[in-house]
Design a binder for this molecule. Sequence first.
Ligand SMILES: [Zn+2]
Ligand SMILES: [Zn+2]
Length: 103
Amino acid sequence: MEAKRFSKNDSGFVCAHCGRDVAPLGYSSRNHCPHCLWSLHVDVNPGDRSCDCGGEMEPLRAEPDPKKGYIITHRCKSCGATRRCKAAADDDVKLIIKLTAMG
Ligand SMILES: [Zn+2]
Ligand SMILES: [Zn+2]
């Protein structure tokens, strides 16, 4: 099984989890799939793509943030690392709301 890695910074990619095409975000570095919210463990710091774990990161929960909209917490299925990141403008809001109920 070969998982496609994010290419550098804000370019489009195919989601390793749901297989859908993800377009570049435009205003920031794309961190996760807007369709299923899963991510890949490829960053040490957001957007740097310098982590070689490459595991799939599951969206665990989301919390509303007064300044940033929503913050999503991901956990890596491979190494167990957790990471918090900002939801993107085109994320599936219904999924995010569902995740806020998990927190
Ligand atoms: Zn996806
Ligand atoms: Zn990992």
